[in-house]
Design a protein around this ligand. Sequence first.
Ligand SMILES: [Zn+2]
Length: 423
Amino acid sequence: MSDTALLAAVAARRDALIALTQDLIRFPTLNPPGLQYLEICEYLADRLRAQGFTVEMIRAHGAIADSDTYPRWNMVARLERGPGECVHFNSHHDVVAVGHGWTRDPFGGELDGDRIYGRGACDMKGGLAASIIAAEAFIATHPDFNGAIEISATADEESGGYGGVAYLAEQGYFHPDRVQHVIIPEPLNKDRICLGHRGVWWAEIETHGRIAHGSMPFLGDCAVRHMGAVLAEMEASLFPLLATKRTDMPVVPEGAKQSTMNINAIHGGEPVQEADYTGLPAACVPDRCKITIDRRYLIEENEGEVRAEIIAVLEKVKAERPDFHYELNELWSVSPTMTDRNAPVVKTVEAAISKVLETQAEFVVSPGTYDQKHIDRIGTLKNCIAYGPGILDLAHQPDEWVGVQDMEDSAKVMALTLAELLL
Ligand SMILES: [Zn+2]
């Protein structure tokens, strides 16, 4: 059986690909809070059982955010036809909040020209649909393949993946004895292979003061002014330092090829009142001020260095400023990860892109993390990439869409990848 027959089998499923994507978008799997996770998993389970897959429905009991009201359901489907290797496609089924500015029904799955619209269209129900169509076309044309195909739909990627891939990895689902190749069809564009992501370090910094009457601030100690000194020191020394740290990782977009830090939030003094509150504020010196920082770091850095830079800023301010007290509270961290360019799944997808699209694959690294972190660290599986249709910039935006031709092309790449690894 030639590549031509397999590619034709994918092309013949174009209408099925559209319908499947629309069906998936019509489940409003919003996270938070975690809606219709069971429903979408059951829908996928029915479809894949009809193809001969054995399906497991796995609830992440005890994981963050799992509750009887909002259970964290995952689906893993496996079709094994021989002792060969296993290729696993992992997609998250959750989507982020709709937000404002839509001109289309976010859960309508509307098809207009080459585009299908909806929350999650590109991130990443289009990729999930493409991987299923690729598998179905491959199974139909090569029923006696050697090895196993797995397709999973997992919860909570948009909130860290703890009720999804992290949970499955802890249960051994991504152990290299069981799975040899993982492709995550996140929307990185059909001609790009994403090797990994930068690291993350989140922390809160709190400055302390003393409350007093606002007419006599000299009797108190203003925590907001202390935080102002921290921010000024960050502007003077930390941000310029981060701009000098460049990476050899092929991170896109260009601006993310350096260390970055976002200040997510600042809170100090009296809380913001409800919009319908008509009173005046009270006259008080704020005794607490807090910021949340989101530091993204490079494979050339390590978490210890990142922490030490922040402590250096705080200690410098402390040395210069009377009565300065702070607390540093670390919230979350993820190490950077990058799969080797010569790993088998990378080489195979690279060759398939060149056949289907007649172009050289571009290698990229994501500025933010995704579920590869859990497959790498908990699952200990290194042979993993993100590859899928859709334009990353459209993710989480109003009027999110995915292109039908892009989905078909990337389904062809995925199908050829299966043929290369399982025949
Ligand atoms: Zn995603």
